[in-house]
Ligand binder design. Structure first.
Ligand SMILES: C[S@@+](CC[C@H](N)C(=O)[O-])C[C@H]1O[C@@H](n2cnc3c(N)ncnc32)[C@H](O)[C@@H]1O
Length: 213
């Protein structure tokens, strides 16, 4: 099975969903930079917009955004992750692929893509960002959290489980900025942080971008 296929990604996250929540569910409370970037996305989106948590997983980013008063919907491939998001964070969710979103044009004021685009095969990241541009209103905000690095990585072990290989694409800040520009986004704010001890050992980048008319 292709490690970047929806089947591989879905199976991996279905396998680890409850352990993922146990390992990472509270992290947002310890990550002021994450919270500040989410708050900035919400504060600068067009008035009255809803927020899409793209690749919401167990819903930690969406849960934070809902906590500051925004209306949030989560979307993810993995029913296992969505079941946790629904029960723990009470996030309204839909199953879907971020390359073919089940939402109409201009449905959202902001999109938070928290550590999800790495599972899209590199040649298709433009398709995913095009979908984000489609479902965002003009001037809508896109916040991307991503792992910095070169090339692709694969793993067959995830939170203590043996899994069929699943892939992750690593990007430089320049590559991400260029992909965003190609999809019609201008970066307005960029921040980085190193990994927490229990996280994948990558430098992380947060890019807040605005969808041009
Ligand atoms: C590393 S987890 C991040 C989850 C959550 N955003 C967080 O920050 O904790 C990646 C999530 O992206 C989802 N995902 C990966 N590829 C996807 C795709 N093509 N469409 C929708 N969701 C996807 C996975 O199922 C998984 O829940």
């Amino acid at each position: 099975v292709d490690p970047f296929s929806p089947e591989a990604v879905r199976a991996a996250y279905d396998t680890v969903a409850e352990d993922y929540e146990a390992a990472f569910g509270d992290d947002i409370d310890r990550l002021p930079l994450e919270r500040a970037m989410l708050d900035l996305a919400v504060a600068t989106m067009p008035e009255g917009g809803r927020v899409l948590d793209l690749g919401c997983g167990t819903g930690s980013a969406g849960g934070h955004v809902a906590g500051v008063g925004a209306a949030v919907v989560g979307v993810d491939l993995s029913m296992g992750m969505l079941a946790v998001a629904r029960s723990v964070v009470r996030l309204p969710v839909a199953q879907g692929d971020l390359r073919d979103l089940p939402f109409g044009d201009g449905s959202f004021g902001a999109v938070a893509a928290y550590y999800s685009i790495q599972h899209v095969p590199r040649p298709q990241v433009a398709v995913a960002l095009g979908e984000v541009a489609r479902v965002l209103r003009t001037d809508g905000a896109l916040l991307v959290a991503a792992h910095l690095g070169d090339g692709d990585v694969h793993t067959e072990e995830f939170l203590g489980h043996r899994i069929a290989p699943v892939g992750g694409a690593l990007y430089s800040a320049g590559e991400l900025t260029a992909e965003l520009a190609r999809a019609g986004f201008a970066v307005t704010s960029a921040e980085q942080r190193g990994p927490l001890p229990h996280e994948y050992p990558s430098q992380r980048i947060f890019l807040l971008a605005r969808r041009a008319a």
